[in-house]
Design a binder for this molecule. Structure first.
Ligand code: HEC
Ligand code: HEC
Length: 399
C-alpha cells in the first residue's frame, strides 16, 4: 500500500465512515485480490476483472489496490473500467494522437509552406509597430503561450484573455476560447487586426511585405508567384501551426500498449480522470477535449471582470459564460490556466473541480440581460481525497 494517507477531515460524515470501513475491509482481502487479478485467460489477455477487484478500485478511498488497478488497465482500452460519463454526453475513448494531424484538402502542409509559416510566425513586421510577432505571445519555451495571465500587445495594452497554447490548434475547432474563428486559416487575421494585439490591417500588411524582396523567393516556391496576400499568409501560418502538434510522447506510447510507462500514481490518476473525477464528460478522445462549450462559473457576469464568452459570438442566452474546453495535451506546460489565466497552480484547479467549481449567484433584486447562467450540471462536488488529487495532478503531467 504505497499511497496510504490519513483520511482527510472530510471523512467525518456517516457515508464517509461507511466507505472507509469498506476500504479497510477490502485492504484486508488484498491477498485474494492479488491472486485473482494476476489470472490470465487463454488468449494472454487479462481475465475479466474480478468483482472484488472492481469494487476495490471504485471506492472513494485515500489509497488504491495497485495490483487490481494494473489488472484493470492491462488490456486494450475497450476493456478498461467504463468512464463515468452522464447519459447523453458524447465522448470518445482516449487514444494516441494520429501520426499526422488532420488538414484541409485545399491547404496541405508541405515542408516549404511550413517553413514559410514559421518565418511569418516569428516576424514582427506582421504588427503595426513592427515589434510584435505571433511568437511574442505564442512562445515555444512557454508551452506555445506567453506564461502570463493575459498578454501585453500593441502599446503594451493588456489583453482580456489568456494566450492559449497553439500546439494543439490542429485539433481545435472552432478556435479561440469563444470559438469565434471557424478554421486556423480564418483565425490568422484576428490577432493581426486586434487593437490590443498586433493592431495592423491586412491591406497595410500586404503592402509592407510586398515592398521588399524578402519574401519573394519563399512565396514563389510555395504559391507559384511572389505576391504576398492575406489568404496566402493565413494558409502558411495555419500549415505551420498544424505542424506543432506534440510528438508521440510517453502517454501516447502508454496508450499504444506499453503499460509500464505510467507509474502507479499516474495510473491511479488516469483511473480517477476516467471515473470518479468525471473529467471525461468534457475532456475525452485523443486530444482530451470535446471541443464543446461549457460554463465553469468563471464569467463574473455583472462585475468588472465580466466575460460572457460564447454568448458574445452566438447571442444565444444558453451560451452565457461558456468557453471552449481546451485540449489537456501538454497542459502542465501551458499555465496560467483558464480563459482568464486566473489559475497559476494546477492543484488550485483540481481543488475547484473537487468542490464542483464556483456557483456564482445573481445579486438579489438585480435584473440581468442576458439571464444569469447556471454552472454546467456536469460539474458537481467530487469528494476526492488529498492523495487522489495528487495522483490526478501527476497524471496530468504525463499528457
Ligand atoms: C498580444 C498577444 C498575441 C499575439 C501577438 C498573437 N496572439 Fe494568438 N492568441 C492570443 C490570445 C489572448 C488568444 C486567445 C484569445 C481569445 O480566445 O479570445 C490567442 C489565440 C490564438 C489561437 C487559438 C488557439 C485555439 O486553440 O483556439 C491561435 C491559433 C493563435 N492565437 C494564433 C496566432 C497567430 C497566428 C498570431 C500571429 C498572426 C497570433 N496568434 C498572435 C494572444 C496573441
Ligand atoms: C463540464 C465540462 C468539463 C469537465 C467535467 C471538466 N472540464 Fe476541465 N475545462 C472545461 C472547460 C470549458 C475549460 C475552460 C473553461 C474556462 O476557461 O472558463 C476547462 C479547463 C480545464 C483546465 C485548464 C486548461 C487550460 O489550458 O487553461 C484544466 C487543467 C482542466 N480543465 C482539467 C480538468 C480535469 C482534471 C477535470 C476532471 C477533474 C476536468 N477538467 C473536468 C470543461 C470541463
Amino acid at each position: 500500500m504505497k499511497f496510504v494517507r490519513h483520511p482527510t477531515g472530510l471523512l467525518r460524515s456517516r457515508a464517509r465512515r461507511r466507505l472507509f470501513a469498506m476500504w479497510l475491509a477490502a485492504t484486508t482481502l488484498a491477498g485474494v485480490g492479488l491472486a485473482q487479478s494476476r489470472s490470465q485467460s487463454q488468449s494472454g489477455m487479462p481475465a475479466a476483472l474480478s468483482a472484488d477487484c472492481a469494487a476495490r478500485i471504485s471506492i472513494n478511498a485515500p489509497s488504491i489496490d495497485i495490483a487490481c488497478l494494473r489488472a484493470a488497465y492491462a488490456g486494450p482500452a475497450a476493456t478498461w473500467p467504463a468512464p463515468h460519463v452522464d447519459a447523453g454526453v458524447a465522448w470518445s475513448e482516449l487514444a494516441p494522437l494520429p501520426k499526422k494531424p488532420p488538414e484541409p484538402v485545399d491547404n496541405p502542409g508541405t515542408p516549404a509552406k511550413i517553413a514559410l509559416g514559421k518565418r511569418l510566425f516569428e516576424d514582427p513586421r506582421l504588427s503595426k509597430s513592427g515589434q510584435i510577432a505571433c511568437a511574442s505571445c505564442h512562445d515555444p519555451q512557454l508551452g506555445w503561450g506567453d506564461g502570463r495571465s493575459v498578454p501585453f500587445g500593441h502599446d503594451r495594452r493588456p489583453g482580456k484573455r489568456n494566450a492559449m497554447s497553439v500546439a494543439m490548434s490542429a485539433y481545435a475547432g472552432p478556435l479561440f476560447w469563444d470559438g469565434r474563428a471557424a478554421t486556423l486559416e480564418a483565425q490568422a487575421l484576428h490577432p493581426i487586426q486586434d487593437a490590443t494585439e498586433m493592431a495592423f490591417d491586412g491591406g497595410a500588411l500586404e503592402k509592407r511585405l510586398n515592398s521588399s524582396d524578402d519574401y519573394a523567393d519563399d512565396f514563389t516556391a510555395v504559391f507559384g508567384s511572389r505576391q504576398v496576400t492575406v489568404p496566402r499568409v493565413s494558409q502558411a501560418l495555419a500549415a505551420y501551426q498544424r505542424s506543432l502538434v506534440p510528438r508521440f510522447n510517453r502517454f501516447d506510447r502508454f496508450l499504444d500498449g506499453n503499460r509500464k510507462l505510467l507509474t502507479d500514481q499516474q495510473l491511479w490518476g488516469l483511473h480517477l480522470f476516467r471515473t470518479r473525477a468525471r473529467c471525461m464528460n468534457c475532456h475525452s478522445g485523443p486530444a482530451l477535449t470535446d471541443n464543446g462549450f461549457h460554463n465553469l462559473g468563471l464569467h463574473f457576469q455583472g462585475r468588472a471582470r465580466e466575460d460572457l464568452g460564447r454568448y458574445r459570438v452566438t447571442g444565444d442566452p444558453a451560451d452565457v459564460g461558456k468557453f471552449r474546453t481546451p485540449s489537456l495535451r501538454m497542459v502542465a506546460k501551458t499555465g496560467p490556466w483558464m480563459h482568464n489565466g486566473a489559475f497559476q497552480d494546477m492543484r488550485g484547479i483540481l481543488n475547484m473541480y473537487n468542490v464542483g467549481m464556483p456557483r456564482p449567484k445573481p445579486a438579489a433584486g438585480k435584473v440581468y440581460d442576458p439571464p444569469f447562467p447556471a454552472t454546467d450540471p456536469l460539474l458537481r462536488p467530487l469528494e476526492l481525497h488529498k492523495a487522489e488529487l495528487e495522483a490526478l495532478t501527476e497524471f496530468l503531467r504525463t499528457l
